[in-house]
Design a protein around this ligand. Sequence first.
Ligand code: KG4
Ligand code: ZN
Length: 335
Amino acid sequence: KRRELILAFESSCDETSVAVIEDGYKILSNIVATQINSHKRFGGVVPEVASRHHIEQITLCLEDALCEAGVDYKDLSAVAVTYGPGLVGALLVGVAAAKVVAFTHGLPLIPVNHMAGHIYAARFVEPIVFPALALLVSGGHTELVYMAETNSYEIIGETRDDAAGEAYDKVGRVLGINYPAGKEIDRLAHLGKDNFNFPRAMVDEDNFDFSFSGLKSSFINTVHHADQIGKKLDHKDLAASFQQSVVDVLAQKTVRALRKYPVKQLILAGGVAANKGLRERIENEIEQFDDTSLLMAPLQLCGDNAAMIGAAGYVAWKAGIKADMSLNAEPSLEF
Ligand code: KG4
Ligand code: ZN
């Protein structure tokens, strides 16, 4: 049987990435060019800067991805690309590149939702078993997604304000931690204690929605108030308290969702899924569900990358999902 090779593009935010995936789950190459250093001094991603970097990087990433995989255009079966959600100027670069390759080489063009891509990062560990529930936590999104079957995504709960990763990045700023702050707060959290007892928003409400802006404000007010009275707060304890609040809310809402939607598999994915505290807590919580297994995206594939887009693109391609040359970036794409 001829191996099925997908060439995948990702450029929705601040990483330019191109990958070659075999049979939907083997990574032949996954080149990621990060722009984090260019955005750090602004404390977040600057859209115009992001677009320019993508333009500079995309063909270099493409050449590297094909070279590392040892494949030629004629070996490819399809081209997958993130077309949303994300920054419009950033997305356009990947979409244009994917269209050029698909058109020139007569290959099918597969449109992929970035968030579906995050879920499929878990496919590199083992196959996804349906029905499944995904806790998707990233810099732009925090949502619980029910998947009855392949290519079916239903948001059953989401954040009403900030995404979890966004809250990490914003509180990181008041602690003087560079963007993106999640990893460093996670490290500090493991060295401190939860003695600030920050709020846990909406945990008792009978829904699957989240809110992190109250926690963020409470954190920032605590730090500013201490500054005003000249008191020094322990950053390790602040980090531990913040993280405990985020993890408590994410875990409790996920448990609530699993009770209402019994599934065979719980998937943890997105940039914040790299969080050690969250991974440990979800591993513990899943024990109470005998019929549900836990599938976590591998640490190195939690952040944005094209391999995950290739894996999601593969199942979409198998289902006959295709785009034509009119495909456009959709910055506010929903499932
Ligand atoms: O999925 P992602 O790479 O980009 C988006 O699609 O948003 O997620 C990036 C987010 C950032 O907010 C970053 O601070 C957060 O993921 N993050 C973490 C950790 N590693 C990255 N948050 C908490 N703990 C971590 N270990
Ligand atoms: Zn992402």
